[in-house]
Every structure is written in structure tokens, then in C-alpha cells.
Write a protein that binds this ligand. Structure first.
Ligand code: T3D
Length: 258
């Protein structure tokens, strides 16, 4: 259900249920959470690449399993709290960059997963569907938090209330993705980006993620205080020391992530 491969300090996590558009069962969500924890905890991994097998990125909750749960009178709170929430929190807070290679449709919680990543590269075949309202649900997996930060509150409300699909060109226009490439080039482009990040200043990237997340919900004085604290920590890294020396010596810096 989930493929996990590490090469060039990049952990590639592939949602692999193509016949069901990589929709998420409890088993798939547990495996995804396990893979993310592995990537977050492995010091040899310095960036993560998340993508889908086949023609979808992820169609969100597996609605067959969901219908069985409803039929059996099982509530959703536990599945959301036990799986979606920790998955999204881990993607957003892990101390390394996470790139989504959006190869096809990203719907419902599948769109939320992509929004939680640090960067999104999309194939021309990608589309986003805030499918929650279409089945009488409200957004989950962090979409209410992430989407309005990406596109602004007005557009987020429109996308969520109307649930109309957004194609790749419109997604680029809205700022939902940072790059759109031909389908055949997607994996190469996204991997190159992930490899580039994996050879960058990992601790500074982690600090950047923390600073951005913190500043989104705190005042300027508080954000300045955290920036100062994080900058002190970055200034004490080997990467900063080496890169400063490299700059003065007119050399290319080599970052070891320490
Ligand atoms: O339980 C909880 O914790 C609640 C949490 C909810 C979070 C959520 O994610 S709610 C939103 C759930 N997702 C959706 O509502 C999306 C449903 N899917 C679609 O709207 C469309 O399938 C797509 C827009 C994603 C793709 O459309 P299209 O025309 O390209 O493909 P298709 O023909 O509709 O689907 C292809 C196959 O994938 C089809 O199976 P079949 O008929 O060939 O055997 C379809 O049933 C299956 N599929 C697509 N999405 C899902 C799915 N199977 C299970 N669950 C899905 N979400």
C-alpha cells in the first residue's frame, strides 16, 4: 500500500493503491504514518518525497471502508485522530523538507496531505478537489488550516464550499503548487528538487519550517523572538560555519546537515 525507498538522502514515499486512486484505508494510513515516522527519525534522510502510484495522487478516505464504518455505526473521530491528524502534523512539523509530487487527482484528505507538504510540484494532469462537501463532510486533515494560508481565506472558502476541481494551471495561478511540469517529467523534477533539499542545510531548513509555522499564528514581537532563538542555533551549526568560510573563499558550500 505504501512504498518506501531511500536514495540520495531522500525518502520517497509512494501511496500505492492505484486501483482505488490511492485512497486511504486504516491499513494504508497506518503504513503511511509508519513510513513518515521512519523518514523523520532516520538521520540519513534529509528530505522526503511524497507521491502516488498510477493516475492519482490520493483520493482521500477510502469510501468503501468509510461506508462499512457508517453501516456498522462506528464514528469517525477515532480514525481522524488516530491517523489523519498525526500524519498531517508529522509532515508539517518534521525537521526536514517534504515535497509532494502531485501526479494526478488529489481529493479530500488526499488534497490535505499535499497542502501539508512544504513544496508541491504538479504534473499537468494533476487536479485538486476539496471533495468533502460533495459527500456532506467538512474539511479535515488540516485543510482548513493549510488551504487558507496557501490561497487566502476567500478562495479557500470558495474551494471548500463549492468543491469544484482545480486543474494544474489554475492551481499554479492560485499558489496551490509552485511548479507544473509535463506528466513525464514530474518524478524527475520532483526528485531533483528533493535531492537538492537533501543536500542543503538541514538544520536551517528545520528552523525555517518552525519559524514559518510559528509566525502564522503569533505576533511580530513573538515571531522576532523565535527567529532570534532559531538563528542562534543555526549560527552554531557546522553547516553555517563551513558555508561562511566557503563564501569568503569563493567556493561552493557543502552542507552536511550538521
Ligand atoms: O472516515 C473518515 O475518517 C472520514 C474522513 C474523510 C476524509 C476524506 O477524504 S472525505 C473525501 C473522500 N474522497 C472523495 O470524496 C473523493 C471520491 N472520488 C472522486 O470524487 C473521484 O473518484 C475522483 C475525483 C477522485 C477521480 O475521478 P475519476 O473520474 O478520475 O475516477 P473514478 O472513475 O471516479 O474512480 C476510479 C476508481 O477509483 C473507481 O473504482 P472502480 O469503479 O474503477 O472500481 C472509484 O470508485 C475509485 N475511487 C475513487 N475515489 C475513491 C475510490 N474508491 C474508494 N475511495 C475513494 N475515495
Amino acid at each position: 500500500m505504501i512504498r518506501y525507498d531511500v536514495a540520495d538522502a531522500v525518502a520517497a514515499i509512494t501511496l500505492d493503491r492505484p486501483d482505488a486512486m490511492n485512497s486511504l484505508t486504516v491499513e494504508a494510513k497506518s503504513a503511511l504514518l509508519g513510513a513518515l515516522r521512519e523518514a523523520a527519525g532516520d538521520t540519513a534522510v534529509r528530505a522526503v518525497l511524497l507521491t502516488g502510484a498510477g493516475r492519482a495522487f490520493c483520493a482521500g478516505q477510502d469510501l468503501r471502508e468509510h461506508a462499512d464504518n457508517l453501516e456498522a455505526g462506528r464514528g469517525l473521530t477515532d480514525t481522524v485522530r488516530a491517523h489523519y491528524n498525526p500524519i498531517v502534523e508529522l509532515i508539517a512539523t518534521m525537521a526536514k523538507p517534504v515535497v509532494a509530487a502531485v501526479n494526478g487527482v488529489a481529493a479530500g484528505a488526499g488534497a490535505s496531505l499535499a497542502f501539508a507538504c512544504d513544496l508541491r510540484v504538479a504534473s499537468e494532469k494533476a487536479r485538486f478537489a476539496l471533495a468533502f462537501s460533495g459527500i456532506g463532510l467538512a474539511p479535515d486533515s488540516g485543510a482548513s488550516w493549510t488551504l487558507q494560508r496557501l490561497v487566502g481565506p476567500g478562495r479557500a472558502a470558495e474551494l471548500m464550499l463549492l468543491g469544484e476541481p482545480v486543474d494544474a494551471a489554475r492551481a499554479l495561478e492560485l499558489g496551490l503548487v509552485t511548479r507544473v511540469v509535463p506528466a513525464d517529467d514530474l518524478q524527475k523534477t520532483a526528485r531533483e528538487l528533493a535531492v537538492r533539499l537533501a543536500s542543503g542545510p538541514t538544520l536551517a531548513y528545520a528552523a525555517t519550517k518552525r519559524a514559518l509555522a510559528y509566525a502564522a499564528t503569533h505576533s511580530l514581537p513573538d515571531s522576532l523572538a523565535l527567529e532570534a532563538e532559531l538563528q542562534d542555533a543555526c549560527a552554531a551549526t557546522h553547516d553555517h560555519l563551513d558555508a561562511t568560510r566557503a563564501f569568503l573563499a569563493k567556493e561552493r558550500p557543502v552542507f552536511n546537515g550538521r
